[in-house]
Design a protein around this ligand. Sequence first.
Ligand code: GDP
Length: 485
Amino acid sequence: LPCTVREFSEAAGVPASQVLRILMEEGVMATMNALIDDDLTELIAAELGVNLELKEAVSVEDELLASIRDRQDDEADLVSRPPVITFLGHVDHGKTSLLDRIIDIDVVSGESGGITQHIRAYTIEKDGRRISFVDTPGHEAFTEMRARGANVTDIAVLVVAADDGVMPQTEEAISHAQAAEVPIVVALNKTDLPGVDLNRAMQGLSTNGLLPSEWGGDVEVVKTSAITGDGLDELLDTVLTVAELHEYKANPNRQAMGTCLEAQQEPGRGVVAKIIVQNGTLRVGDVIVCGQSYGRVKAMYDTLLPNQRYEEAGPSTPVNVTGFDTAPGAGEHFYVLDDIADARTIAESRSDSHRKTALSGGVQHVTLETLFDRLEGANEVQTLNIILRADVRGSIEAIQKELGKLDHPEVKIKLLQASVGGVTEADVTLADASDAIIIGFNVIADENARALAEQRGVQVRRYEIIYKITEDIKAALEGLLKPEE
Ligand code: GDP
């Protein structure tokens, strides 16, 4: 069964460059993340004189998990669940202040109970309806969770300070929320400041594709102040209305599954994992597996009130859980199983180092060189996601125009993000989560971004001439693109 060049070299303990060279001698131009089939794998193994044992990648444990994960709920079992909200936006525009203020609406004591937290997650009640908040530190963390397959957010609240308006990080946050395909509600914050020009901020939103509803668009913009509390009721009502439109549902009558948001070892308490239940109901005593960790749920605590314990937690509820043997990673999915022995087997098989490499190197991202092969195998219209970074705004506009001219029956070209500046780690994370390629026009990737791109198998292409971009994409679509030197 096929593995990538990287996996092969790691498993066989030979440098990838050596593997690539042998492949080249066979007339195969490959990249680190290119899949090599059985025949080639055997050939390379023979060339290198390594003993190769082809292992079935899908184990019994994976099958067990898949059967739990993929079990469809009966329509009749589905009930509406609270929406999960994430605040995104430029730094200092008021994300933290807004959430603090909102939590005060419901909770008297704002004590976090000595639990170190990077990701805050709470549920509040507004007029008898619940809303959950998962507060990731910035859009990069938001997308990083997504890159690991953890889609916990239903609705993004984009916070824009009225005095600053739309800033570069606001634009990025918009791209990240749009790539996640979640609805966006705008909190136009700091409206208490004297002399702020609300129209200017609204204009900024419009030019970034978020046309406010009061201007005839479909984006709800709520004017807020985290200082006076103005507009917060309306913000929550708006979020609930959007949630109603989308009819988020879950089945509380099944074993729980969800995502670990963060976890750590706490003195005297063992591992405390902050998790969010996404389907089913989690109960004290349940057998649970999450990444390489497993255990029995010993106790569940409120994420705000450390002494408030729960016996069960339903869909969209974040809770702090004790009982894991080790701290699971952020973004890992958890599942409840019947049998603790199964949970242990699954957790242990995952910590087996060989399987770890197989899992981490498993995702195969699109590159212009492999695009054509993908098209061949697909029978529906494919999307080529592109993240564009350029030196100046004018270049972006010109490139957008050129890309707009490309018309292909089987491929839709989608610009996930187009912004001025060098390629950043956040771009690579976004590309990883969205299976995109990154194009840098007259800009380069910084050191960290380059390292991350290499690690995640994300293609970053650099151009200095606009028509060269479209020429390459055209060639890629026809399967005629020569590999980059
Ligand atoms: P974050 O970086 O987006 O989380 O922003 P913060 O919540 O930390 O807020 C940054 C600064 O803006 C703080 O000094 C807040 O007190 C202030 N701030 C936040 N919201 C408002 C608001 O609605 N009005 C005013 N005047 N200041 C605000």
